[in-house]
Design a protein around this ligand. Structure first.
Ligand SMILES: Cc1ncc(COP(=O)(O)O)c(C=O)c1O
Length: 385
């Protein structure tokens, strides 16, 4: 049978999990592969949801665009945290996660043989989604601090370009994009009348002196920016599948056609939980971000002991994306690391050719002791080599 997905790469994490299978059950296995934050929603919010479980409304669809109360609460939250002014009535849709939001956005905007520009290393799921549409990804390089350059993005624009896609803070690099770069990209979008799709899945996870800048906060950008968000990482709710899309009322009207034909609405119970987290859980989320900050400090400190890992310090997320000296096959390297140390990290090459020679180390769900143990093992692996 010929499938239209034949040419699309298989989900890389699934393949790696397959390879790691025989290690996963062993007591010493350390998973620094998966992009999880390590916290779950606060008890208060879970208790409210438990009380609602026997209520019929929890078991039926919400409106396609999501619970109005959640959209209203989200709109307040985004105004406060990201300076985004979005009308909960017609500029916000709750989606089944940010991946669903991205697919919806590109199905709304991009047709076969058109293209979307992405700084690379990229987030592989976005490339898979673009290819599913029969559209193309045009890659734009980043500089040595993983920041995109406006001139490289401009050079990639052609008559078939429909959108520019950025992720800030970034997966896999952890880079928090600078305001002037983002503004430069918004200017390009306005000038060429194309859309900036801004994935802000990790918007709370910024550290040191970095701040998260949301392009939608620019008043003149409302018709040229679509914002994607998620409850998976900042709020520790990846299993509930709740995210959101923000765009102009016109864009959201079009997006609803995709939403109705794919998921109809995001899971109802997840939306209810998200609402409670926004109402009751923001302090807990902040504490978790502080925990991640300390964990990052420890991980960077320990990484500096390993000569083979060239640090590229970034100020966002729970990912480290060092270059490995002399490495030209990161897939083989992580397999060797897994086999000799029982520790899973991801090869940079799954994030595109620009990621080759790097590895992604995710520390989100680890305790400080586990971070120490992981770097002890990596140290032994590289130093004995
Ligand atoms: C940049 C980015 N966008 C989207 C997602 C998917 O998020 P969700 O669970 O909300 O679909 C991820 C998950 O790793 C991500 O890193």
């Amino acid at each position: 049978m010929k499938y239209r997905t034949d040419d699309i790469m298989p989900p890389p994490i699934v393949k790696l999990a397959e390879a790691a299978k025989r290690f996963i059950k062993s007591p010493g296995f350390l998973n620094l592969g998966q992009g999880l934050p390590g916290h779950i929603p606060p008890d208060d919010a879970i208790t409210v949801l438990k009380d609602r479980l026997s209520h019929p409304a929890t078991h039926v669809y919400t409106p396609d665009e999501g619970l109005l109360e959640l959209r209203e609460e989200l709109s307040l939250y985004l105004r406060q945290k990201s300076g985004i002014d979005a009308n909960p009535q017609d500029e916000i849709i709750i989606t089944a996660g940010a991946n669903n939001a991205f697919l919806g956005a590109i199905l709304t905007l991009v047709g076969p043989n058109q293209n979307i520009i992405m700084p690379t290393p990229y987030y592989f799921n976005s490339v898979m989604a673009v290819k599913l549409l029969g559209a193309d990804v045009k890659e734009a390089p980043v500089n040595s601090s993983f920041q995109p350059r406006v001139e490289d993005i401009e050079a990639a624009i052609d008559k078939n370009t429909r959108a520019i896609f950025i992720i800030t803070p970034n997966n896999p690099t952890g880079a928090v994009y600078e305001k002037r770069t983002i503004d430069g990209i918004v200017d390009l979008c306005i000038q060429h009348d194309i859309m900036l799709i801004s994935d802000e899945t990790y918007s709370r996870m910024v550290f040191d002196d970095a701040t998260h800048y949301s392009p939608r906060s620019r008043r003149d950008a409302e018709n040229h920016v679509v914002t994607l968000g998620s409850f998976s990482k900042d709020f520790g709710m990846s299993g509930w599948r709740v995210g959101f899309t923000i765009g102009s009322a016109e864009f959201i009207r079009e997006f609803l056609k995709v939403q109705d034909s794919i998921t109809i609405c995001a899971p109802t119970a997840g939306q209810m939980l998200a609402l409670e987290v926004l109402k009751k859980g923001l302090d807990t989320v902040e504490q978790e971000i502080q925990r991640l900050s300390r964990l990052r400090d420890l991980a960077y400190l320990r990484m500096r002991e390993i000569d083979a890992l060239e640090e590229i310090y970034t100020k966002g997320t729970f990912y480290l994306f060092p270059r490995v000296k002399g490495c030209t096959d990161s897939r083989k390297l992580v397999t060797d690391i897994l086999q000799s140390t029982g520790t899973l990290i991801l090869p940079g090459s799954i994030f595109g050719d620009a990621g080759e020679g790097h590895v992604r180390i995710s520390i989100g769900p680890l305790t400080p002791e586990a971070v120490d143990e992981a770097f002890d093992r990596l140290s032994k692996f590289f130093n004995d080599d």
